[in-house]
Design a protein around this ligand. Structure first.
Ligand code: C2E
Ligand code: MG
Ligand code: MG
Ligand code: MG
Length: 285
């Protein structure tokens, strides 16, 4: 845009903004229709334990096969869905699909957890936990195969009633993870008290660790803090071998990132990451 000077540039900027607004409005309109037309799909990205090489689970990530666009990524529609309220229907669809998938995998002997992303607007719904339990029951999904990802900022704001529901889910075997850790502001004494099993370190904390001693210091301190609180660390967004090497030195063992595998459709995922394992292995989740 630097080429466009003065008025010309300003005009172009407004046009772009207007286009963007129109685009958002169109996506917002299409969201519910898209749900009815079954245009959404889930991709799965593996989480891998380095050392054993074991695939410990998958994160389910939503995509929209919009009829008039390239595959639309959640970054372009999840916030729109949150603003319009469509996120509730969308979230129900995700929960249903994940529970259905977990039940099917379990039947096939694929004992891998599937993580679901929960947005703030969803968790704010009074009947969220009822709807989740309904999805679990309706599909006979083993609770032990499910994981909820709640962002750091959302986790910090959870009220007593929500925390009670989270505790109950955990007792049933659902695992709770804090997502995008390092992007919000954590109250560290509160973090200690949260009923969570694991913390996913955001990729922004990992990006520069191979080239910056300061980035390494921060990452290492955060990992030490979480582990010191007795929680598992999963590192997100690992893109290079150099990052991976650093993270191992720091003491991380659980990884998710393009360096290991990109998110992919279920069929590819099962072919690559759910090869029949010895029986003893299938028991561990
Ligand atoms: P997230 O939960 O933090 O998910 C991880 C995102 O990082 C995914 O983007 C994943 O594809 C991407 N990623 C994984 N490894 C790498 C890597 O090595 N490098 C880079 N640059 N990126 C990597 P995606 O699928 O576009 O999802 C973006 C966000 O949208 C998610 O962030 C999550 O907040 C939200 N989201 C995705 N699916 C759902 C869903 O079903 N429900 C809700 N409420 N939100 C969702
Ligand atoms: Mg996530
Ligand atoms: Mg994340
Ligand atoms: Mg994120």
């Amino acid at each position: 845009h630097a080429k466009h000077q003065g008025r010309n540039r300003a005009e172009m900027f407004t046009t772009e903004l207007a286009l963007e607004a129109a685009d958002r409005a169109e996506l917002e309109r299409d969201l519910l229709l898209g749900l009815q037309r079954e245009e959404f799909l889930l991709e799965f990205q593996p989480q891998i334990e380095i050392g054993s090489g074991r695939v410990i689970g998958a994160e389910a990530l939503i995509r929209w096969a919009h009829p008039e666009r390239e595959l639309v990524m959640p970054g372009s529609f999840v916030s729109i869905a949150e603003e319009s309220g469509a996120i509730v229907a969308l979230g129900d669809w995700v929960m249903g699909r994940v529970c259905e998938t977990a039940a099917r995998w379990s039947q096939a002997g694929v004992r891998q957890r599937i993580a679901i992303n929960i947005s703030s607007r969803e968790l704010g719904q009074a009947d969220f936990f009822m709807r989740l339990r309904h999805a679990i029951d309706a599909h006979r999904a083993p609770a032990i195969m499910l994981e909820l990802e709640i962002t750091e900022s959302l986790a910090m704001e959870m009220k007593a009633g929500t925390l009670d529901q989270i505790r109950a889910l955990r007792r049933d075997g659902v695992r709770i993870a804090i997502d995008d850790f390092g992007t919000g502001y954590s109250n560290l004494s509160r973090l200690r008290e949260l009923p969570v099993d694991r913390v996913k370190i955001d990729r922004s904390l990992v990006r520069d660790i191979a080239v910056s001693a300061e980035a390494r210091t921060i990452c290492s301190a955060v990992v030490g803090l979480i582990q010191g609180l007795g929680m598992e660390v999963v590192v997100e967004g690992v893109e290079t071998e150099a990052q991976m090497e650093m993270l191992r030195v720091i003491g991380c063992t659980l990884f998710q990132g393009y360096h290991l595998a990109r998110p992919m459709g279920e069929e590819d995922y099962l072919a690559r990451f759910a090869a029949p394992a010895p029986l003893a292995r299938q028991r561990s989740v």
